[in-house]
Unconditional design. Structure first.
Length: 278
């Protein structure tokens, strides 16, 4: 009876607050998306500003800041966070300077899919770049079109490395050319490791048309496809117009949280999912 009386009192009060332009009860996912929109306009925010904006406790706002900064979606600064984006998607160089412990853990999971005596393609991605740093003891061969991957793979005697040639995309730091596409026909990869900017029901998308074309050819020449992507990529609102793969092409997904039933249904039934565990 007491609980019913409480609900009769609190529900009208919540409706009154909302109707008068007061606080709206957001889920964390909704707050994170709005914070990113606010950062696009103001470029940096304090934790106290976020607490006031959403009408939440300071500790709750602090957890939102940690969530965005630990996943590389924003940069941590004293007292808050700042924008990590140059446009709708963070620039590659910007992302390489964001220290993300979650990405490091995902890179370690991805490295476990590489075995001696194989032939692997590793695409351009800040998480996959960290993965390359972990392959120094594996006697295998890696083909890549990423300049940063190649640099990190040459720090040790192993593995063998081949950097695909062509023009250099200076912004995203990868190579591309028509000759590269033709050369890929000569390979059969044991596995291809890919990143993405956004995941939708009909496939994964990225920001550059040339890179998407290369990835499509790589997938056609691979026995297994490993997608490395954080969960927020399923909910990303950025502009990533170029489809690089169908989700049915993905054999292994490495992510930071368990998938909901909705997102799991995007993929084929025998998808192998590996996620970061605290």
């Amino acid at each position: 009876m007491r609980n019913n009386l409480y609900l009769l009192w609190v529900i009208p009060l919540c409706v009154k607050i909302i109707s008068e332009g007061g606080f709206f009860l957001y889920s964390q996912t909704q707050r994170l998306e709005e914070i990113k929109q606010l950062l696009a306009k103001k470029h940096q925010l304090t934790t106290r500003q976020l607490a006031h904006h959403f009408g939440i406790a300071f500790d709750t706002a602090r957890r939102d800041v940690l969530k965005l900064t630990s996943t590389g979606q924003a940069v941590r600064i004293h007292g808050g966070l700042m924008e990590a984006k140059l446009n709708n998607v963070p620039g590659f160089v910007t992302r390489t300077h964001i220290q993300s412990p979650i990405k490091a853990k995902m890179a370690k999971l991805a490295s476990q899919e590489v075995h001696p005596g194989g032939l692997y393609f590793i695409g351009a991605s800040t998480t996959l770049m960290q993965m390359c740093e972990l392959l120094g003891q594996v006697n295998t061969t890696v083909v890549t079109n990423s300049i940063d991957n190649a640099i990190r793979l040459t720090l040790h005697e192993l593995p063998a490395v081949e950097l695909l040639g062509g023009k250099i995309d200076k912004g995203n730091r990868y190579t591309y050319s028509l000759e590269t596409l033709a050369k890929l026909d000569n390979y059969t990869f044991d596995a291809a490791f890919l990143g993405t900017s956004k995941i939708q029901a009909d496939g994964i998308t990225i920001v550059d048309a040339y890179d998407a074309t290369i990835i499509k050819k790589v997938i056609a020449r691979s026995k297994k496809v490993v997608l490395v992507a954080q969960k927020y990529k399923f909910e990303a609102q950025n502009s990533s117009p170029y489809k690089s793969a169908d989700l049915k092409d993905i054999d292994v997904l490495i992510t930071d949280e368990p998938l909901s039933a909705r997102y799991r249904a995007y993929f084929k039934p025998d998808l192998k999912v590996k996620y970061v565990k605290d």
